[in-house]
Design a protein around this ligand. Structure first.
Ligand code: 9MR
Length: 508
């Protein structure tokens, strides 16, 4: 059975309406003073989601750290203290002391807890791997049963099985897989459900955020589990991202396909690491990745929330694992919120001013460089202006100039003739429209290989040109994006997209 339950209603803290999306003025008997802005979690709850953070026992005595963890986040995940090597280091000897510290913290602060994790190949005590295969199932079932039963009523969702797949979508070899084959996953889920019928049960993995072989494998697995009636409520996407590896391909669509199976999805371990020292363009990319991940969750009704894999660089796992990389979190090592924190707030709808509080917003300007609208070339000149309060990472941006192929089907050549950016950083190609319209069955898509655009800055003009490879003529007069003005003007029929999301103009 799929015990589908919705997170975000009774289990998320309620947000006083006045707090949300605005500065609240509190009267203190004297002059009005500005009270706190809405927290990340409060903003998320306006969308029916939670916003959480990982934490860990060594950090909790840090009072400043704990204060922000308590105030800003509505959900916490123990980074280590519920893992097998901590909870059952010796067979049959259970110790939940450290995990209990985390659930107690959550209870004191009105937070929910995601339990992490019951069955994982890593941080597994050596005795498990040393068991004869015939004893592994009983040991696993015992472990899952004891731990899920212990936390019944305090853990709202479990990562029952963590990281079951290799990168190519094959099953990862682990003592569990070796002993039981793929059956270990259903067995673990059934044991967890028997021990805590109210907990949401998840499978969790990394590099399954976008469409690809590994997420296909997870999709196939969960569809089979649901068909067999195995108790499964959701899929957790860890989302340990890095600016140098690009944003997951079609994250929203990938989340939606799991949701369409009747499952919840969650972003469970979000961070975005940067090669150090980070430059402005990399930090702009990082902000956009955080924003796009949050936006993907907001766009999918069954995405229950976002958890960052700790909120501060002070306690990040990244530098220890990826030497030379870091700065992956929302707060710096002194527990001060970074611009990326404001970017996340803005993505959650809390862009309420302040430096960097406004998400990057672009507009397109256009001028015609083409006196002959009926010849064999189209020559738009475009430029982008950042009208927002934060830098925009140009590799996230695409621009569409919509036109008609006039007897389409022909192949195209496209050119960047000149730009102060350097044409080598400008990409261009002709794309057939998904929904062809008269005057807009194609678009010239312009992109960028690097750079960022500071608030108020313009790219300067980008002189573009395209032709059909058979050099037949166009009739540009009816082209959607075409205009005849020869000096730059705002062009709402040229569309601008950040991370695939329309941010300027009206598509035909
Ligand atoms: O945050 C955890 C870190 O403290 C541990 O050293 C590490 C050991 O593997 O595990 C970290 O958390 C991992 C999580 O449990 C599963 N997904 C990847 C996380 C980062 O390694």
């Amino acid at each position: 059975m799929s015990s589908v339950k919705r997170c975000g209603s009774s289990r998320t803290r309620r947000v006083p309406a006045l707090l949300v999306g605005a500065l609240v003025l509190a009267l203190t008997g004297g002059p009005a003073v500005a009270a706190q802005q809405a927290t990340l979690h409060e903003l998320a709850t306006t969308h029916g989601k939670y916003f959480g953070s990982a934490t860990d026992n060594p950090e909790l005595p840090d009072a400043d750290y704990a204060a922000t963890l308590a105030s800003e986040f509505g959900q916490i995940t123990p980074g280590n203290s519920m893992k097998w090597d901590t909870t059952e280091p010796v067979q049959g000897r259970f110790d939940f002391t450290k995990g209990d510290v985390v659930t107690d913290f959550a209870a004191r602060n009105g937070q929910t807890v995601r339990g992490h994790t019951l069955v994982w190949h890593s941080q597994l005590p050596s005795w498990v791997g040393a068991l004869p295969p015939a004893q592994v199932e009983a040991a696993m079932t015992h472990h899952v049963t004891e731990e899920a039963a212990h936390y019944r009523g305090t853990v709202t969702a479990w990562d029952v099985v963590n990281e079951p797949f290799n990168e190519d979508g094959t099953f990862r070899a682990s003592p569990f897989y070796t002993a039981m084959g793929t059956d270990y996953i259903a067995t673990a889920l059934r044991a967890a459900h028997a021990a805590d019928p109210d907990a949401e049960l998840y499978l969790n993995d990394y590099n399954i955020e976008g469409l690809g072989a590994k997420s296909d494998a997870m999709y196939t697995l969960v569809r089979e589990l649901l068909a067999e009636g195995v108790p499964l409520d959701g899929v957790g996407m860890q989302a340990h991202l890095a600016v140098q590896y690009g944003f997951p391909y079609e994250m929203r669509a990938n989340m939606q396909r799991f949701a369409d199976l009747g499952l919840d999805v969650a972003i469970t371990e979000l961070d975005v690491r940067v090669p150090l020292p980070a430059d402005a363009a990399e930090l702009a990319t990082q902000s956009s990745y955080y924003q796009r991940a949050v936006q993907a969750c907001l766009a999918v009704g069954r995405c229950v929330g976002v958890t960052v894999w700790d909120y501060t660089d002070k306690y990040s796992w990244v530098p220890g694992t990826f030497p030379g990389e870091g700065a992956a979190n929302l707060y710096d090592e002194n527990l001060r919120p970074k611009p990326v924190y404001d970017a996340v707030r803005a993505a959650l709808g809390g862009g309420d001013g302040g430096e960097g509080g406004d998400p990057g917003v672009l507009k397109a300007q256009y001028r015609s460089n083409d006196a002959r609208a009926a010849d064999n070339q189209i020559k738009p000149v475009l430029q982008l202006v950042n009208t927002g309060g934060a830098a925009v990472s140009l590799p996230e941006v695409t621009v569409r100039y919509w036109f008609s192929g006039d007897n389409g089907g022909a192949a195209y050549s496209t050119w960047c003739d000149w730009s102060p950016l350097g044409c080598s950083t400008v990409t261009h190609r002709v794309v057939a429209a998904d929904n062809p319209r008269p005057g807009a069955d194609r678009y010239l898509e312009v992109g960028f290989t690097g750079g960022s655009l500071a608030p108020g800055a313009s790219t300067g003009e980008i002189q573009l040109r395209l032709n059909k490879t058979d050099w037949s003529n166009f009739d540009e007069a009816d082209d959607y994006s075409h205009g005849s003005g020869t000096s730059f003007a705002d062009a709402t029929k040229v569309t601008v997209h950040i991370g695939g999301r329309l941010v300027w103009g009206t598509a035909p």
